[in-house]
Ligand binder design. Sequence first.
Ligand code: S3P
Length: 417
Amino acid sequence: MGLRGTVRVPGDKSMTHRAFLMGGIAEGTTVISNALLGADCLASLAAVEALGAHVQQTEQEIRITGTTALKAATIDCGNSGTTIRLLSGILAGSQETYTLTGDESLQRRPMDRVTVPLATLGADIEGTYAPLTIHGQPLVGTTYTLPVASAQVKSAVLLAGLFATGETTVVEPILSRDHTERMLPKFGTDLTIQEQEQGRKIRLQGPVRLQATEIDIPGDPSSAAFWWAAAILGADSRITTEHVLMNPTRTGFLQVLRQMGASVEITNRRETAGEETADVTLMTTSLQAVAIEGEQIPSLIDEIPLLALLATQAEGRTVIRDAAELRVKETDRIETVVSTLRKIGAQIEATEDGMIIDGPTPLVGATVDSAGDHRLAMMLTIAATLQPEIEVLGNEVVEVSYPTFYDDLKTLQQTNP
Ligand code: S3P
């Protein structure tokens, strides 16, 4: 049965985290609408509340009155890498001692990628895996060149720079999502951004206090991606996702869909919170294999589980490389994607930094487990819309980034052409 209809996916996860965390340290009351209230972002909201910000939640909006007198606290970041890494930057230059921890998956993810650069500003952080203990210290700005394309690391350093004396500079050889750079000016902070041969250079002068603002969060392209894939793979399907963030650092997946032969209809382009948004429609298409590599990877990193599923139905050999970062996501997504897709009939091999998929192969029934990884649970559920004999265990984990995923799926299954 095909999927047809229109969905408005929840607010963007990366932007919601940043709006909550920046609102938490801004002077005045920040008003945020269309925030994502998934478990990850709620961890950021609870964190700023524990640190002394005042949070008011209504059905329409979240109002955060920020503070810089951040109280000593032990904070559970749950499953959220963005919360722990961005918060480490914020707390490094504060006055108290803080402990940041998280669930089993988060405790296995590397934190030295933020503790090492923060130490160059003078931070005193114990631990290379969560729990981290941060002894707030006076910081001095420095220049840091990112060794991996990571928006979380870039953001941690820039946020620490708000509390540091002098200039903090981040050099980014490969562009990663740029929501922090776009949102800081909304909170009244001037950044200087220069494009250079060695990459993008982002500079800010500290110390500086953020000023409260209003932010309307557009739909998350990484959530809409599930419906785009479902529309392409389903028989007689057509799905429109409304008001989706079209930031070029996030739309690599749409470019690859075009390369694979899909026709991507983009309508109703407009601007929200300094970001472009649009309605995006995809429909049933037969796909060609493609190579996905290099500088493309950061712009579609969270969509690689879905790309692997699409590749199982594409004609030819799809090769994904330069994506070793997948090994340090909520799960080792090279291993979990390969092992689950293989169980449901895919011809797929893991490589050190990616995977190789030969298609098309018919999907077969099997019981597969999300391994506690939200994006894996949703990708496997899309596979189950094609092969109803696929059973997905552990799918409650969609709560992390898309709590209404199964409601939206039901609506699309029930919508008549
Ligand atoms: C995110 C950055 C990316 C992404 C994650 C969210 C962010 O991680 O995979 O889901 O909001 O900054 P890295 O910074 O580790 O690349």
